[in-house]
Design a protein around this ligand. Structure first.
Ligand code: BG6
Length: 503
């Protein structure tokens, strides 16, 4: 650990570390994810000198294409989606030489034999020494097929050298996730399986750990004695857009709650891990999930609100009589020593008032004895809002006296990433790809995490039909029932505060 007293900066992780020479094979390389996220992220890493000199990237997909065509497509994608605006000049030329394309059908075993030969023919293959990362960016029904075929072609002989990165969704319920797990684990050891949840790659999500465990002012209050409730909002302004086909089969619960929202919840609620290594961290996260009881009929109708935005059923590839939720609000309880009695309110939806991901820690009201005569029974609550996106930052609200008058008013203290660190913020996929190349699985989800998250989500999903489907207008904060959920507790969703998102 590097310690620089004059700036009090402490270098903890390996952003500066460089992975060993590698070949990355992306399955599903004709898909959106490759052009929008994966290759731009790799290009950014390359530009910043965070990739080794020797590496190869092979796109594997069904469509016939030459290396040059693949390079051209990736250049267009990177020009549009890389955080560096320019892909002209020698930097792209240099990067593009590392890109190759391999045509093949995912179920065709012969294509993997050809791939194996191809990998040996790529430049510098001796230096790469069998260090392969296989990225499954295919439709989920191909995950097991690709893994099994890689194994059969002898491309996964050593879990220390070859790893599989698996995109979401990881199953559609606990049973299908368990089946997928079992089939992947028959091709590769658990430690070589990297399940992606791109929320874990977001800077601000990682900052949750630093905020909690690198400060002495927050952690002592981070429990049921001081905290009244916790609110996690991930709202999106856009509707389902062109993804109606996928989304209508999934819905907000499976698309967002089982993965991203559960990750935010566990990082907010977990105990301090014994160390920052992957297993210690993931052990603590899974303990949180285990402490959340499955929903029964009563808790379901009391604590879950589902809704669909008006006009959703007219969208392309959405069934006209669709009962898929585009919004969910839930009250969860973590039955452990730290959190017993503290509701965790989660909500997420499409077509909402604005894009905003935020965790709000709401404190118990201060006693009002001194100010009761003037200010009534209830002083405003203090809270800490952790804004994950956009306008990333941390925002503390407390009560202060208005100058010249004996009036209390809530005021804010703000930390904004942009004003402190400038606008640079690496993309989630940069961090995750770099970590996978370094064989650091800390920010990837483990099989037991996935299982526990599905257990909770399944208990909701199985009884979905007994809940009313509310509706809400596009551009709103969801149905009234979602506000009622908090009102019962004497609270409201604080992420709707108009002052939020201003800084
Ligand atoms: C994806 C979901 O996992 O996350 C999408 O499938 C959602 O429906 C997206 O829009 C949100 O991610 P972000 O990074 O834009 O908040």
């Amino acid at each position: 650990m590097d310690y620089t007293p004059q700036h009090e900066t402490c270098v903890i992780d390996g952003a500066a570390r460089c992975p060993a020479p590698f070949t990355l094979v992306i399955f599903g390389a004709s898909g959106d994810l490759t052009a929008r996220k994966l290759v731009p992220a790799l290009f950014n890493l390359h530009r910043e000198g965070r990739l080794p000199e020797v590496f190869q990237i092979v796109g594997f997909a069904r469509r016939e294409k030459t290396d040059d065509e693949f390079r051209r497509e990736m250049k267009e994608g990177s020009a549009q989606f890389s955080r560096f605006s320019s892909v002209e000049g020698s930097e792209w030329q240099d990067f593009a030489q590392h890109l190759h394309y391999h045509v093949g059908e995912f179920p065709d075993t012969e294509a993997y034999r050809r791939l194996s030969v191809r990998l040996q023919e790529l430049p510098n293959h001796e230096q790469i020494g069998g260090r392969y990362l296989f990225y499954l960016a295919t439709a989920p029904e191909f995950f097991s097929v690709v893994a099994a075929n890689l194994k059969e072609a002898g491309l996964l002989p050593d879990a220390d050298l070859q790893q599989l990165v698996v995109e979401k969704p990881f199953g559609t319920d606990a049973a299908s996730a368990a089946k997928l797990n079992a089939s992947l684990q028959s091709s590769v050891a658990e430690r070589a399986l990297y399940r992606i949840d791109h929320y874990l790659g977001k800077e601000t999500v990682q900052n949750l750990l630093y905020l909690r465990f690198a400060n002495s002012i927050f952690e002592p209050m981070w429990n049921r004695r001081y905290i009244d409730n916790v609110q996690i909002t991930v709202s999106e302004a856009e509707g389902v857009g062109t993804r109606g086909g996928y989304y209508d089969q999934s819905g907000a619960l499976r698309d967002m709650v089982q993965n991203h929202m559960m990750q935010l919840l566990t990082l907010t609620a977990m105990e301090p891990p014994a160390s920052l290594d992957a297993e210690s961290l993931r052990d603590e996260k899974v303990k949180v999930l285990r402490s959340i009881p499955s929903f029964d009929t009563t808790s379901l109708s009391d604590r879950i609100v589902r809704a669909q935005y008006e006009g959703y059923t007219t969208k392309p590839k959405v069934a006209a009589d669709s009962k898929t939720e585009t919004f969910i609000a839930a009250e969860l309880h973590i039955e452990n020593w730290r959190w017993s009695g503290v509701p965790f309110y989660l909500r997420t939806g499409k077509g909402m008032a604005r894009r905003s991901s935020e965790i709000t820690i709401v404190f118990r009201r201060p006693p009002s004895v001194l100010f009761q005569a003037k200010c009534g029974q209830h002083l405003a609550r203090n809270y800490i809002a952790i804004r994950l996106q956009p306008n990333e930052g941390v925002h503390v609200r407390f009560n202060a006296k208005t100058p010249g008058r004996a009036v209390l008013q809530p005021v804010d203290m703000d930390f904004a990433y942009k004003s402190e660190f400038g606008s640079y913020s690496p993309e989630a996929y940069e961090r995750l790809l770099h970590d996978a190349l370094l064989q650091d699985s800390t920010l990837f989800t483990r099989d037991d995490e996935v299982r526990e998250a599905w257990r909770i989500v399944d208990s909701i999903q199985k009884q979905w039909s007994m809940l009313p489907m509310h509706s809400y207008s596009l551009g709103s904060w969801g149905p009234r029932a979602s506000a009622e959920l908090l009102k019962r507790h004497g609270c409201r969703w604080l992420a709707e505060d108009p002052r939020f998102g201003q800084v």
